[in-house]
Design a protein around this ligand. Structure first.
Ligand code: UDP
Length: 332
């Protein structure tokens, strides 16, 4: 089959491309490289059946001969990136989703959009089940991301209802693994980066907030299963093993040994206090359950970052961590 993947040079997108190429499919990989990196797909460029196009999904997609599957992953997914680029974030979720839906509609292709656990905001129900409508601050700093994804879900349902496009909506929870950008500010690369530089781990708030971390290969399994299913309503994809950020910091500390301390910093505004996916729907509908335990996934991820640091001399440029706070909101 021929897949069009947006966000193909990004973290999850590039792993999807690998999997599809390994299965003998053709891939048209689209990315504007605002946060994606060509090096994530460099090994695929030149392979028969793989085409990379540096395009912005916020512009109508240039013509493609035949399309069987459209997967829209293009987005600024880390809080640091979307807080820095709120307008681009809103655009990729709104105009970008519409353009990719149009492409699917024109070709009679199936369509999958990657939405997010951020649709639940700072949730008042725990764990989060798909039928929960969320607790989102529509004008807060994170709203550019949360609302763009909520709009993406809404327009996807509208294309299904109005045009009959065969659509799927994945709500992705925190995912980690090789090819995350070391300086994108998310907690997994941030802590590893800090350890590689012998710096203290920057725990925001008291570290009592929780997250549940899913390894990227499990996420790819879930996304590809969902893209073949007839489930039109959102499906949570994530690992339900929940831990506090302080527990996560301790896990990282234990891997890098003594000398790595903790530095507490202010909690960013609207930072969700609890997050854990209820994955019973994914288990029931897709027969999917994540398989890779944190211990194994973290080893693979740390190995990747160590190698990358050696190859690129990244150690010379430590990333500065600065949480965004309510008092940086420039409206009264
Ligand atoms: N976090 C932290 N220190 C960091 C980066 C993040 O304590 O250097 C916290 C952050 O406040 C949040 C959690 O780790 O509670 C996960 O943050 P991340 O940016 O990875 O993703 P989010 O789940 O907020 O989208």
């Amino acid at each position: 089959m021929r897949y069009v993947i947006s966000g193909a040079a990004g973290f999850i997108g590039s792993h999807i491309c690998d999997r599809l190429m390994g299965q003998g499919h053709e891939v048209v990989a689209i990315d504007n490289l605002i946060t994606g990196h060509v090096e994530n797909i460099q090994h695929l460029i030149g392979q028969p059946g793989f085409t990379f196009r540096e395009e912005d999904v916020c512009q109508p997609v240039a013509s493609v001969d035949r399309v069987d599957r459209v997967m829209h992953l293009a987005s600024l997914a880390s809080p640091v990136d979307y807080l820095r680029n709120p307008l681009e974030t809103l655009e990729s979720g709104s105009t970008g989703t519409r353009n990719m839906l149009e492409l699917a509609c024109d070709h009679g292709a199936r369509f999958l959009v990657t939405s997010t656990s951020e649709c639940y905001g700072d949730p008042l129900e725990h764990p989060q089940v798909e039928t929960y409508w969320g607790n989102v601050n529509p004008v807060g700093l994170r709203s550019c991301y949360d609302e763009s994804k909520r709009y993406a879900e809404a327009i996807t349902m509208a294309y299904y209802r109005v045009h009959g496009v065969k659509t799927n909506i994945a709500r992705i929870f925190n995912t980690y693994g090789p090819r995350m950008a070391l300086n994108d500010g998310r907690v997994v690369p941030a802590f590893i980066d800090q350890c590689l530089h012998g710096k203290n781990l920057t725990v925001f708030g008291s570290g009592a907030q929780t997250r549940s971390f899913c390894y990227v290969s499990d996420m790819v399994d879930g996304l590809l299963l969902l893209s073949e299913s007839d489930e039109r309503y959102p499906v949570n994809l994530g690992n339900p093993v929940e831990m506090t950020i302080l527990e996560f910091a301790n896990e990282i500390q234990s891997r890098f040994g003594e000398g790595v301390g903790i530095e507490y910093m202010p909690l960013p505004s609207d930072d969700p206090k609890l997050r854990r996916p209820d994955i019973s729907k994914a288990q029931r509908v897709l027969g999917w359950t994540p398989k890779v335990p944190l211990s194994e996934g973290l080893s693979l991820t740390i190995d990747y970052f160590k190698k990358k640091a050696k190859d690129t001399d990244h150690l010379a440029k430590p990333a500065a961590v600065q949480p965004l706070r309510t008092d940086q909101l420039a409206v009264s």
